[in-house]
Design a protein around this ligand. Sequence first.
Ligand code: ZN
Length: 500
Amino acid sequence: MKDKNIKSQIIQENVEEKEKSTRNKGKKAFIITVCVLMSIIILLVAAAVFLDERHVRFYITDELEIEQELGEEFVDPGREAVTVGKIFGESPIHLHVSTEGEVDTENLGSYQLKYTARHMFHDYSVTRTVNVVDTKPPVITLKYKEGYEPNWFTGYEEEGYEAVDRLDGDVTDKVQCEIGDDKIVYTVTDSHGNTATVERKSGYSDTAPHIELLGDAESEIYASAFYEDPGFTATDKQGNDYSGMVQVEGAVVPYKAGDYEVKYFIENPQGKRVEAVRRVKVLPAELPDSVEPDEKTIYLTFDDGPGPYTDQLLDVLAEYNVKATFFVTCLGQKYNDCIGRAYREGHSIGAHTACHNYYTVYASEDAYFDDLEQVQQLIHDQTGEYTSLVRFPGGSSNTVSRFNPGIMTRLSKALTDSGYKYFDWNVSSGDAGETTDTDVVVENVVNGCSGKKTSVVLQHDVKDYSVAAVERIINWGLRNGYTFRALDITSPTSHHGIAN
Ligand code: ZN
């Protein structure tokens, strides 16, 4: 029994030892497993951190280059930094960001701010550029004079102003003033190109006159010897009449086809104008065709008068009831009345020249028409009419005018466009140098007219020996079946042909 018990005890001990040993073995295995797992995790984390490529990301408010107004407080628009990786993404934790650099807002220039954040022993930076600029224009301050009322006629009287710029200081002398119709505009620009503009209401235009055109502001007329401006009025809002102050610029030349502009204006001391413009188009006149008379005709024409023998000539023409043509000048003032008499007695009055100086008359087209206008005025004074009949000094074929090449070509066109008909002659009496003998004058005219159906005879009523020939010429003509006529706008022109 005792042995049995001992045996049983030993077995029991063996069992316990076995169990103990088994327990120890399990513990070890567990520890090893944990260690292995831990190592794997650490390796995985390390690998993940490495693969994650974690770095710093900056969030910058506003641009990396910004402008800062000079003299104003600088407030950093803001910046944040976080870490971010490929695998684990962005960390919600904001990193500390330090700032290096300063912005001097009192001085123009370019300043750098360097933002730095640290992560894993490494510094990450971003730099922002801040440009301190001046964009503020100067300040213009207007002054006002008490009781001052601007008046257009005397011009605006400046009441005063001041302009100050933060940087440039007093810039009053740089202010530009522009006086408009109802306001004055003041403008000044500082050295950085900042412009200030202010306006002053002036009430200026309230006192300005208004020019009103009478007649059409735009019209078309046919070329003629004379044109009368339809006129204008100038009044202000209060009804005051300033018509007498109106100046006129430009003129219509009625005998010259073309476009004309006439400006009517009043200018105040500051060069401001109120203005009205009239445009007149002068169209080329339509001349009637020349008609050859059916019967044998002699047109006696007398140039260069009136003169001392004109009355005597008119007496002879009256006696025979013969009508002739006088191409007059302004050189026989004492005898100007003869022009009126000739006109009233049924003769034709044509324009020859005012001064009969080739170098004056053919100096230019304007010079020619100026001269023509003078003689037209004389004709108008004497007859109440302007003439459409012209004879060029020296005739249209003259070569004296060659000092001004082409002038006859231009003038003949301008005259025709203007409704004038210019006449030459086909019978010369020779009284202008060839002879001073009345018999020769008669002979020249008679020979010249003989065998011609239509004759335009050139004589000069300032030559006594030529005037003395007229009665004999008339007698010969009448005896031989000629009719004497005065030229008119439809008469044959006997043109020589232009030689210049
Ligand atoms: Zn002449």
